[in-house]
Ligand binder design. Structure first.
Ligand code: HGY
Ligand code: MN
Ligand code: MN
Length: 411
């Protein structure tokens, strides 16, 4: 018997359980990669995998896999589902977690129904998708897909100075399996949209056909410390002001363009960071994104020219590339299968571009990949107000179920 519904209460309960992990005294949910809070979330997930009777493996970059294989299908390459369970700071409960727990729910539902897949089905929770503590983002799936050497990834230094390899060992998730031990036949990731499009246009499902390019840089502008009271404005080399001008440059350029380009300065610090000292140094991050690689390069070039102009004014400027991923186009056949599954359930569906980065963009280097989106209320994400209607969470998981039935060859 092929199931057509999931256990909604079990999925919503699992999301609530995981959502309670990593809450600080102020109720802020933060499970940065390889922290104690991440370990707690990982432990809850592994316990669920084991309770579901899946074979659990952890690879050397800490990616967690739960595999459902039978004697008949074990030799076949598995269908891989999944996402991530690490979070940004003061995060919502759904980003990543929804895709991981819905994937597990789909496997449990199929197992309970006595389904006999022609291939194994696995669920993955990839390490450090957010990149909030260790850059680049999608680090675990990047290593899994062979896009970054394991040793380079393990040597990644956190914003707090820790080394990823040491942190994975400290939390007990420095696995023994070489990354890439699973060669999936296909990968499907269910995720909240994290943007306003589906809700605004009244769609229930997004069939994600592409994902925009991402460029992350850390910039350090050095000027000259001086007295805030005695130094005439004409004599200053104010690194803080130079940084502020740069932020304004990026925002104005993105706002004035009639393209989907987005620019974000998420982190900034001054030195010596004293009220009456003209900042000697400003350090900040720049996140540039565009679905078109040529435009993204144009934005990077325009930004570099802005920094060169600051150097001509007498500042010293240093940049470090923290992440750089070209846009990705997902597998047309999988996108069509997602659309078909949504329509068969009478769910309004549209094709959509992902503004956010996802593990799917990395795993798509190994096999046909695609994503399913559900609406985000108010388009809010990376914010504790992140939310999706329960009916949409269940609908998305059931579309994932239908796609999994088709891709796993369940007759
Ligand atoms: O940065 C991103 O888009 C993702 O949340 N890591
Ligand atoms: Mn995510
Ligand atoms: Mn995220």
């Amino acid at each position: 018997m092929i199931p057509t519904t999931i256990d909604a209460a079990r999925l919503l309960g699992a999301l609530a359980d995981l959502g309670r992990i990593g809450l600080d005294a102020d109720g802020r949910r933060t499970r940065l990669a390889a922290t104690d809070a991440d370990r707690a979330g990982r432990d809850v997930f592994v316990a669920r995998l084991e309770a579901a009777g899946l074979a659990v493996t952890v690879d050397r970059i800490g990616n967690i896999f739960g595999l459902w294989a039978t004697e008949e299908n074990a030799a076949e390459p598995p269908l891989l589902l999944g996402s991530h369970i690490d979070t940004v700071v003061n995060a919502g409960p759904l980003d990543g977690c929804y895709g991981v727990l819905a994937a597990l729910e789909v496997i449990e539902t199929l197992k309970e129904a006595g389904a006999r897949p022609a291939r194994p089905i696995a669920v993955a929770a990839f390490t450090d998708e957010e990149g909030a503590r260790f850059a680049p983002d999608m680090l675990g799936s990047l290593v899994f897909a062979g896009g970054m050497a394991l040793d380079e990834a393990l040597a990644a230094v956190a914003t707090d100075g820790a080394r990823l390899g040491d942190e994975l060992a400290r939390i007990g998730y420095a696995g023994t399996v070489e990354p890439g031990h699973i060669r999936p036949a296909a990968y499907v990731e269910l995720h909240i949209e994290q943007g306003p499009v589906l809700e605004r246009e009244g769609f229930r499902i997004g069939a994600v056909e592409n994902l925009q390019g991402i460029s992350w840089q850390r910039v350090t502008i050095t000027g000259q410390a001086n007295h805030a009271g005695t130094t005439p404005m004409s004599m200053r080399r104010d690194a803080g002001l130079a940084a502020a001008r740069t932020v304004a440059f990026l925002a104005e350029r993105a706002n004035q363009s009639n393209t989907p380009t987005v620019a974000t300065v998420g982190r900034m610090s001054f030195a010596p960071d004293v009220i009456n000292v003209v900042p000697a140094r400003a350090t900040f991050t720049v996140d540039l994104r565009d679905p078109d690689e040529t435009r993204l390069r144009e934005e990077e070039a325009a930004f570099a020219a802005q920094l060169a102009a600051l150097e001509a004014e007498g500042f010293t400027v240093a940049t470090e590339q923290l992440a750089r991923f070209e846009p990705v186009v997902f597998d047309a056949g999988l996108v069509a299968a997602i659309e078909h599954a949504a329509r068969a359930r009478g769910l309004a569906v549209r094709r959509i571009t992902s503004g956010a980065g996802h593990d799917a963009q990395m795993v798509a280097r190994l096999c046909p990949g695609a994503m399913i989106f559900v609406p985000s209320i108010g388009g809010i994400s990376h914010n504790p107000r992140e939310a999706t209607a329960d009916a949409d969470l269940v609908a998305g998981a059931e579309v994932l179920l239908d796609v999994a039935v088709r891709l796993a060859g369940i007759a």
